[in-house]
Design a binder for this molecule. Structure first.
Ligand SMILES: *Cc1c(COP(=O)(O)O)cnc(C)c1O
Length: 443
């Protein structure tokens, strides 16, 4: 059923009598002023969520709390990077482009981690010259590259080893990354992770500070994180046994699940990190090593719930199904170019009519985009008010992560603007792309 549900909209969203407001502004006013499709970020919600992951890490791990790194790939812009900095957490980037956004706002280099399974020489050079705190190395070829570039630059680069711990998160296959048959990291089971340790120890331009794992995304059970932590702690113990020293850092990545549709759960940062701390502490005791500094990298769990996409309905169509049933197709002015997740992962979303109170009965509805692709579906099946009509405004909540950041120009659609709303004020943080921007690339 399609109704406003505070559990999946950003914290400062309300349905006031007959319309949706976000950050104190009517969605229809935002649509009129900025056009649609439009990403609307609830600024206070973003900052609160970022801050609560920070306090949750500190309260769970105390003096052993490392850093929270916001995963830039979920969505980054200069303004978002400024908010991340204001809240006082770090940034995890995985390309030269994401790093460039951080550099553009002078994001503190000592709070940046660089990831990626195929970092180019120029990305490594960019990161080392900016002075990023940590590079998470992902392959033997890369160990050699980072070492060479660090040496050329006269620096000693701190590195973590990305370990594939062989823990399968209970999530969709395409977004799980830690079983062994994946492109990321050094396998624990094959011994590659152990060999990577030895390779790095041989390089004076590299300082090995610890291990990293990221077991997947949209995970709801803390068991996955705990199992990965247990395996990595085993490797830390073997390191201590072999080399007589302890590695000081353990980064357990991101992947914390959020609610997209009513009834889904959102992982509470305080609960999940407390559970994790219990496991980490007991595993370290068992392995007789000191608890390392624990860091995490939530992306979706910070930005996902803060953003709502507004679309304008363009056409509706009744399509007959078998057995006398029918389906209403409601087409909006965006689609797979601004939200690829339904097509890519079968992700589910809620939509509501944002500009008025729906009247009358609901019907079986499919919400689709405007692209030349049958798979261009935003919501496969939803009971939407049967009176939805061209000109209506639809709001889809929880689109902050992997929406705008994965947006494409398919069919030469310009990518939507992103606006921030806070206490009744709306401002553009990423302007809408223009057809002229697209044509400017062409000869
Ligand atoms: C994708 C990713 C994250 C963030 O994942 P979320 O599901 O958005 O929390 C963190 N760390 C690494 C290494 C990643 O690849």
């Amino acid at each position: 059923m399609s109704a406003f549900d505070p559990a999946v909209f950003s914290r400062n969203s309300r349905f006031e009598i007959d319309h949706l407001t976000i950050g104190g502004i009517a969605a229809s006013d935002l649509a009129e002023q900025f056009g649609t499709p439009l990403f609307v970020v609830d600024e206070a919600d973003f900052k609160e969520r970022a801050a609560s992951w920070k306090s949750a890490l500190e309260s769970a791990f105390g003096e052993n709390a490392g850093s929270v790194y916001y995963a830039a790939k979920s969505f980054i812009s200069k303004e978002i990077a400024r908010w991340v900095d204001v809240v006082g957490i770090g940034l995890d980037v995985c390309s030269g482009g994401e790093l460039a956004v951080a550099e553009a706002v002078n994001f503190p280099a000592e709070k940046i981690e660089l990831h990626g399974n195929n970092k180019s020489e120029s990305e490594i050079r960019q990161a080392i010259s900016y002075g990023v705190k940590t590079i998470v190395v992902d392959s033997f070829a890369e160990i050699e590259r980072v070492e060479r570039i660090a040496k050329e630059s006269g620096k000693v680069q701190r590195v973590l080893i990305r370990v594939t711990p062989g823990v399968e998160a209970h999530t969709h296959e395409f977004i799980s990354t830690a079983h062994e048959d994946v492109k990321f990291g050094f396998s624990l089971a094959s011994g590659a992770a152990w060999d990577a340790i030895a390779a790095i120890r041989n390089e004076p331009a590299l300082q090995l500070v610890g291990l990293h794992s990221h077991i997947g995304s949209q995970i709801f059970q803390s068991e996955g994180f705990a199992a990965a932590a247990g395996k990595l702690i085993g490797l830390l113990a073997r390191y201590r046994d072999t080399y007589g020293q302890e590695l000081p850092e353990l980064d357990l990545g991101g992947g914390y699940g959020i609610a997209y549709i009513p009834g889904e759960n959102t992982l509470d940062p305080f609960e999940v990190l407390k559970e994790l701390a219990v496991v980490v502490t007991s595993e370290c005791e068992r392995a007789k090593i000191a608890v390392p500094q624990i860091s995490i990298e939530p992306g979706r769990a910070i930005v996902g719930p803060t953003t709502t996409t507004l679309y304008t309905v363009g056409t509706t169509k009744e399509v007959a199904l078998d057995e006398g049933l029918s389906r209403r197709y409601v087409a909006v002015d965006g689609g797979m170019s601004d939200n690829i997740r339904p097509a890519l992962y079968g992700a589910e979303y809620l939509a509501i009519i944002a500009n008025r109170l729906p009247l009358g009965p609901t019907c079986n509805t499919r919400i689709v985009g405007k692209h030349c692709e049958s798979g261009d579906i935003l919501i496969r099946e939803i009971n939407l008010s049967a009176d939805v009509a061209p000109g209506d405004l639809l709001a889809i909540p929880a689109t902050g992560a992997y929406g705008r950041s994965m947006a494409s120009n398919y069919n030469h659609l310009p990518r939507p603007a992103v606006i921030a709303v806070s206490s009744g004020v709306a401002r553009i943080i990423v302007r809408r792309e223009l057809i002229a921007d697209l044509l400017a690339l062409e000869i």
